[in-house]
Design a protein around this ligand. Structure first.
Ligand code: SF4
Length: 388
């Protein structure tokens, strides 16, 4: 267990020095919210047009979380910034007045298509080399769709429609903070992340994945500190780490997941899918991890911290949970060692994107956690036998 604790802390240290924040400062409409590269938090509640700065940034983060599900994060962010800046140049003020996006959908679709073409021209070759793929396969539209109309209305339109709906159902006084008020009506950031997807009236449904909901919570609570609630249920441990395929690959290859359960249990839950990966390798689907319990002995101190976090921070339980979920196992370790959940996630992103490539020759020699990695140190089959 101590090896796993050291590994989790090492990942958080990597993340603390390698933050990859959404490019809000590059959005021209927000550039005056930043001073010397840092968000001016003292003026977050000032009005900018019909909304507060805090509200506008939150609207942009919700859109960014939905779009961030593509295969090339840097490319997605470039596409987003190019498109948004062009919209605002054309007086389509999608965050201040989201209805503009729908009124000018012909312009929006064409601008998104043009931006995608430009990003593809700039990034496809490098992306193909890093991912052992071909440049012609570069596509940021998600779900392997190539239709800009579908992407624009489904992936851009749904997160832009939410603040519009909320502001229509708010009174005049609350309209400048309609999205913020709605998000903060949940008892914790974790509960909010579920509501963002599942709420019967306002949920984004299939437009957003579980990982993206948690990414949104991380940005709102930790990265940009936009929440106005000063309680543990809206603090650093109040949301789950947004596991994606990069995280799954790193956690598998390092031996982290195998220390918490055995291969048979992972196969049964279809986290490991035999021979379903590229070249006959086993495929790791980390989203199927949800709900799986840690199977071995857990130290009492970790168990107690887990209870505190589930009841008081995540607010997912009223009493001590019966099982410790693998998905949340890093929470008590980070909490006990005064490390940040957001740093752990940023560390997974940094390692997954820049070292732990999704093929059999990742850059292990340069990887900052290689001394903690079982795949590198003693069992290379963890690297060569699996893909995500
Ligand atoms: S040492 Fe290699 S296999 Fe292990 S996490 Fe780093 S890049 Fe991945």
């Amino acid at each position: 267990m101590s090896r796993i604790m050291d590994l989790a802390i090492a990942i958080a240290h990597v993340g603390a020095n390698a933050k990859m924040t959404p490019p809000l400062e590059a959005v021209n409409a927000f550039s005056h919210f930043f001073v010397d590269g840092a968000l001016d938090v003292s003026r977050l509640d000032e009005r900018d047009g019909g909304c507060t700065r805090r509200e506008l940034l939150l609207r942009a983060l919700l859109l960014n979380a939905v779009l961030d599900q593509g295969p090339d994060i840097a490319g997605v962010r470039d596409l987003m910034v190019r498109s948004i800046n062009k919209f605002y140049e054309d007086e389509i003020r999608i965050f201040h007045t989201p209805l503009d996006f729908f009124k000018e959908i012909n312009v929006a679709v064409n601008e998104i298509w043009s931006a995608h073409e430009r990003v593809k021209a700039a990034r496809a070759a490098q992306w193909a080399e890093e991912n052992q793929s071909t440049a012609s396969k570069y596509n940021l539209y998600m779900d392997n769709t190539k239709q800009t109309l579908n992407y624009a209305v489904f992936r851009w339109g749904v997160p832009l429609a939410l603040p519009y709906l909320l502001s229509q159902s708010s009174d005049e006084l609350r309209r400048p903070t309609a999205l913020l008020d709605y998000m903060e009506s949940y008892p914790s950031a974790e509960e909010m992340s579920r509501g963002v997807k599942d709420h019967e009236l306002f949920g984004l449904g299939k437009a957003i994945g579980d990982k993206a909901c948690h990414l949104f919570a991380k940005w709102m609570v930790s990265t940009f500190n936009l929440s106005r609630i000063n309680e543990s249920s809206w603090g650093e441990y109040s949301y789950e780490v947004p596991f994606d395929s990069n995280a799954g690959r790193v956690l598998w290859r390092t031996g982290y997941l195998l220390a918490l359960s055995d291969i048979e249990a992972y196969r049964k839950a279809q986290v490991v899918q035999p021979a379903a990966g590229k070249g006959g390798t086993d495929y790791i689907r980390v989203t199927n991890l949800r709900g799986m319990a840690v199977s071995g002995q857990v130290d009492e101190e970790v168990r107690n911290a887990y209870k505190v976090l589930c009841v008081g921070h995540l607010r997912s339980h009223k009493n001590a949970p019966r099982k410790i979920e693998i998905q949340r196992f890093q929470h008590p370790i980070l909490y006990l060692n005064k490390q940040r959940v957001s740093d752990f996630d940023d560390g997974l992103i940094e390692i997954g994107r820049n070292y732990c490539y999704n093929h059999e020759n990742p850059d292990c020699a340069g990887c900052p956690i290689n001394q903690h990695c079982q795949g590198y140190q003693s069992d290379r089959s963890l690297i060569t036998g699996y893909r995500t």
